[in-house]
Design a protein around this ligand. Structure first.
Ligand code: ASP
Length: 262
């Protein structure tokens, strides 16, 4: 089984994000080559992106309308586990909290309760600077990894679309919308969250893959963007199957980078 990694930097920004994404992909591939699991590699690559202020995740999360920085993150694994956090304050790496929820009886937490649990588990609590909202969408991050056993994991993280109020929930922490992983494939979405949740985009794209209409994974991504998403919304997808390289596609510009074992 060839190991593989694919990461995106949000639907909207151009190739200027490419080298930043490549750094995260390189970290994931090195970890895989030294024996790390898909989950470990996906989380560490996501942390690199959360720590990079050019991305709308962790450190560079965009302000909500009231100036707060509230972060969402999620992780799902091909053995059927999921962990997600919604609207976390003072948490530079919400993906680490989401990962910690993978084996808990409660697998999703939100707001102040998420932070209290993170304190209890010793996760860093620190003011997140954030940055002003941007025009258009973009800079959200997602990483999908397949390890040498064929296990897959998908980690995503965001400050949320710009110009949104503090109580708003986007697609990133919602299973089936911003991400979906099963034994056969993993999909992550980015872009206008409201459009993605309405479409239950990641789940429906993964269900379509392998059907007579969409025999290849890239056909399924194209089907999802063409049929489930309005032309007016910027949306992108990345995916990895049981075999083959990671792929990316969007109805706008979306920086993505990938690696596959030689
Ligand atoms: N999908 C994210 C959200 O709606 C934003 C993005 O991907 O740029 O919060």
């Amino acid at each position: 089984m060839k190991m593989a990694v694919v990461a995106h930097g949000g639907a909207g920004p151009g190739p200027e994000r490419q080298k930043n994404l490549q750094r995260a992909v390189d970290v994931a591939s090195k970890l895989l080559l030294s024996g790390a699991s898909a989950t470990e590699a996906a989380v560490e690559a996501c942390v690199i992106l959360e720590d990079d202020p050019v991305f709308n995740a962790g450190t560079g999360g965009v302000f909500r309308n009231d100036g707060s920085v509230l972060l969402d993150a999620s992780i799902q694994t091909s053995d059927g586990r999921v962990g997600f956090v919604i609207a976390m304050s003072d948490t530079p790496n919400p993906i680490r909290v989401a990962k910690d929820l993978l084996d808990e009886p409660i697998n999703g937490l939100t707001g102040p309760g998420a932070r209290v649990w993170a304190d209890h588990r010793g996760h860093t609590k620190e003011k997140v600077e954030g940055r002003p909202p941007m025009e258009g969408d973009g800079d959200t991050v997602g990483v999908i990894v397949r390890d040498s056993s064929g296990s897959m994991a998908c980690a995503t993280s965001t400050g949320g679309c710009s110009h949104r109020p503090p109580g708003r929930v986007g697609d990133v922490p919602l299973p089936g919308s911003g991400f979906w992983v099963n034994e056969a494939l993993a999909v992550a979405a980015t872009g206008e969250g409201e459009e993605i949740t309405r479409a239950l985009l990641s789940f429906r794209v993964s269900s379509k893959a392998g059907s007579p209409e969409c025999t290849s994974l890239i056909d399924a991504l194209k089907w999802g963007l063409d049929n489930l998403i309005s032309d007016k919304a910027s949306v992108g997808l990345i995916a990895i199957g049981r075999e083959g390289p990671g792929i990316g596609l969007s109805n706008t510009v979306m920086p993505w980078a990938s690696w596959i074992e030689d």
